[in-house]
Design a protein around this ligand. Sequence first.
Ligand code: PLP
Length: 407
Amino acid sequence: MDYKSAFRAAVDQVRDEGRYRVFADLKRHRGDFPVATWTRQDGTTRDVTVWCSNDYLGQGQNPVVLAAMHEAIDSAGSGSGGTRNISGTTRYHVELEAELADLHGKEASLLFTSGYVANEAALSTLYKVLPGLIIFSDALNHASMIAGIRNGGGARHIFRHNDLEHLESLLAAAPVDAPKLVAFESVYSMDGDIADLAATIALARKYGALTYLDEVHAVGLYGPRGGGVAERDGVMADIDIIEGTLGKAYGVMGGYIAGDADLIDAIRSHASGFIFTTSLPPALAAGASASIRWLKDHDEVRQQHQERAAALKARFKAAGLPVMPSASHIVPVLVGNPVHCKLISDLLLSDHGVYVQPINYPTVPRGTERLRFTPTPFHTDEMMEHLVTAMNDLWTRCNVKRHGVAA
Ligand SMILES: *Cc1c(COP(=O)(O)O)cnc(C)c1O
């Protein structure tokens, strides 16, 4: 067996499809968010402005978060030293789970090493603890939810994105007494659209189904205390399982679910992806707790965040750039061609010091390739001015379409 050529062929396939990924090598400057130093492949460097980070509020550099992390390292050391069951449950983990349960107004929460692991473990385990479970999953759900649903191995139905009529027809066709669960997201991160939570909950109730909501792109960002879109919409108590990350708006790392105590205890007792892995380092748990607590009390940061997103959308529109409709803080601009998308992204970085990653197939459908901007409260008017000028220049240079954005 020629293993080497097999590996090369696997990469060539991705390259031929124009999907080969080159990572930007960045080092952020603490205290100077969103500036970072980019190291080129030849080893030379330049400072750039990061426009595509999911550290949506700059919490990764909040002195309150950093102080909590330093304190935890100095008083408890680096790693947790074990799985949650075998010496890896520390004071920091217990406090963080209480903080999360409080954030979502739930009886309990359960920590995982990432949001991906939380979705995979929780959804696959629900099939085990609810024999005969049927999961109804939105077509645009994140890869981690799809992985959990596939790995669970039970019955599943995919409904067209945010199409509640389609969801209802699938729910109505399923056996009345089968356990059911509707799995969906609040903010969909590539289009920036937001699901109708109240209507989805009502439908699930009508057919006796549980609801599982991924609020990864909403926790910290929506609701008076950062509890997510469900908090904003006043329906947090009606969602059975809320899943979130500590790695995006909270600026640290880790994932979790929150819900009823019995449900959480069942997942805790059966989920392989929870049981058989070393728990998060105390410093991450401490940083996440500090970040959640701080954002509960700083709603003005959420207002600033929304204002910055609206300002960028307005500037792009005024410049005749095809900003896509988005109900959230995410600002996608349509390019509609993978080669142009990659080229514009490369030129923004090399010629203008603007870092925004191209979003191509299979992350989004072919023909809808785009640049996805995530302005934070730290992106100034001057940075926006510079960005829009650079985009305008490249749009003309590359002769990319300016209008005709599909709704
Ligand atoms: C990023 C993401 C996750 C995974 O969260 P991590 O903490 O990064 O592993 C889950 N769901 C959605 C919708 C995401 O975008």
